[in-house]
Design a protein around this ligand. Sequence first.
Ligand code: ADP
Ligand code: ZN
Length: 634
Amino acid sequence: MEPNRNDNNNKKPEGGDQPKGRMATALIITLVIVLLFSWIFNSISQSQYTQTTYTEFREAMEAGQLAEVELKYDRILYMTKEEAAKPASMQKACYTGMPSGGDILALANELVDMGVEKVNYEIVEDNSMIMMILSYAVMIGGLFLVMNMITKRMGSADGMMGGFGKSKAKVYMEKSTGVTFKDVAGQDEAKESLQEIIDFLHNPQKYTAIGAKLPKGALLVGSPGTGKTLLAKAVAGEANVPFFSISGSDFVEMFVGMGASRVRDLFQQAAKVAPCIIFIDEIDAVGRSRDTRYGNNSEQEQTLNQLLNEIDGFEPSKGIVCLAATNRPEILDKALLRPGRFDRRIIVDRPNLQGRLDTLKVHTRKIKLSEDVDLRKIAQATAGAVGADLANLVNEAALRAVRQGRKAVNQEDLLVSFETVIAGTEKKNTVLTDMEKRLVAYHEVGHALVAALEKHSQPVSKITIVPHTSGALGYTMQMPEEEKFLSTADELRTELRTLVGGRAAEQVVFGIQTTGAANDIQRATSLARNMVTQYGMSDKFGLMSTATVEHQYLEGQAYMDCSQETAAEVDREVMIILDAAYAQAKQLLTENRALLDEISEYLLVKETITGDELMAYVNAARKPELEAPAEETE
Ligand code: ADP
Ligand code: ZN
């Protein structure tokens, strides 16, 4: 919809003046780009819309027919309720020009008052005027001087190029989000913390009457896709107040002062419709610490100051609540976190088993499921997945059902789409030689058999040698019986042996080593390293920690935090642990060689076998030795 948007956020801090020659070249290039964009914009963008007159737009608005409106500095895009009710592919939106001198904010307000559900508008800076003048190619010289002056006076933080055509920050205003806590699965603690805010928005007087100071803001902290935006929307929905949202990165602009004026506009706008929720996504983009450790510039600093001012400035009794989301709370400026600002921190965790099950339920509410669907099984298999992954999984499953011409989603759809998300779609046309296939089969059974024979392992649920697009030629899936938050040292050692079990089988049976074990080796190594450096599970270092974890809410990367000599010793210790695990796995497989052969041959024929089939073999082999029937591995 917006081909003229130019999103390069190059933020190199750089001082004042630039040589005249460079500026002139920059100006010419800018001109060409602007003209090109306006041409593209005219020929492509508008052809998708029906053109109407402004009067027609007003009429539709006054008749209450509008469903969605998007206001831009020069035009209005809108869709009537009649169109919005049609299926997405058949909808036709309209556009009309924005009358010159039209006040976007006033119009946005009017639309909200008229009850239009979705109003999006852009905060427009004055240089959009400049853009218009520019596109008519008048006053180039004058403009050049003005630009030059501005850049000089404001001590521009950036080169000239990023400035033109990139003057708009998107603000989404929704009168009612239509999202409630029912749509957010799990996250009970977060919901509880937010409940008070909702209560406050319903009835600010109740709090102010006692003299209680209410939180002005709360910080939602959690990994991407855990539902922070969803929660913020649900708060607005529960409190039945308008929802403003903007992304922190939209504040970061070329001209010093521009981000700050945007913040000001946003809060002014919000004050008009208060009580309401302001949601700032990725607040770390503006709110990163002002000390130079993480690098910043004066533009960001001004924007942050303005944000702090606004938050301090508004009367809590007005009922504006500012919610912000981040996955890097550690880089935020301390000033943002002070009492009276974003002093509440609400952790939005990755969902546990129950949370995942609930999320699956929420997302399958509107989907026809066949009788055989067991969502609990899917929830068990998806440990570590966030809400967004699960939403994606359900959608994939529904698409698969449609592709196969079925009326309802069945368990297989869900399982296959889970594998699509985890391992890429099944790649039917990868042709392996017979020898390769044997190797893969033995490798996978190696993993599975070690797991099956060990005491502390997670049960195997599936072994397959059907190649996947992710590059895996086969895999062994282990499924925990229940959610686990702690692992014992024994369990971790078992996991290590299981991980190297694949390579051990290759070695024991064929006496060769293949590249197929690369991923296993990587995972085993990092597990062994964590045991030494973080979990205090090595003989040599005991309880000494030698690594620090940063960015806990992102990947949780650990950095070595010790002297170089110690680091070298850690490496040696890791090697010892891995060697031991490998030797034990080899021994276990040698002792059970007959079983290994038997299962591998079976897998070669069937290509995919279940955990139950595997256990049937294992138990049958055990019976002669043990009197009592072996109990299912836990
Ligand atoms: P974040 O803002 O944390 O990155 P979002 O709120 O944008 O994540 O979540 C993306 C999508 O994932 C949501 O639109 C929703 O469909 C799904 N989702 C995430 N968490 C949940 C949850 N707890 N319950 C239901 N759906 C969820
Ligand atoms: Zn493997």
